[in-house]
Design a binder for this molecule. Structure first.
Ligand code: ZN
Length: 67
């Protein structure tokens, strides 16, 4: 199961999404570690680890797809 982490450093938040969430863009824009963006992970464990290590103040799970 592919998961996505959406990091928005300007807002200080990161959100975990499932692969098929409607919020995941069909063509994710280029991701930049310093600015944020959409990051793809092959499993939930790796995605959660990335979420923890993102360093942003708020780490959330999407309310729509509830990964
Ligand atoms: Zn979602």
């Amino acid at each position: 199961m592919i998961l996505w982490v959406h990091i928005r450093r300007s807002l200080g938040e990161a959100v975990l999404h499932r692969e098929r969430c409607i919020e995941v863009p069909s063509t994710p824009t280029r991701s930049d570690f310093w600015e944020g963006g959409w990051f793809e992970y092959p499993d939930k464990e790796t995605a959660l680890e990335a979420l923890e290590q993102s360093g942003v103040a708020r780490q959330m799970k999407c309310q729509l797809c509830k990964p």
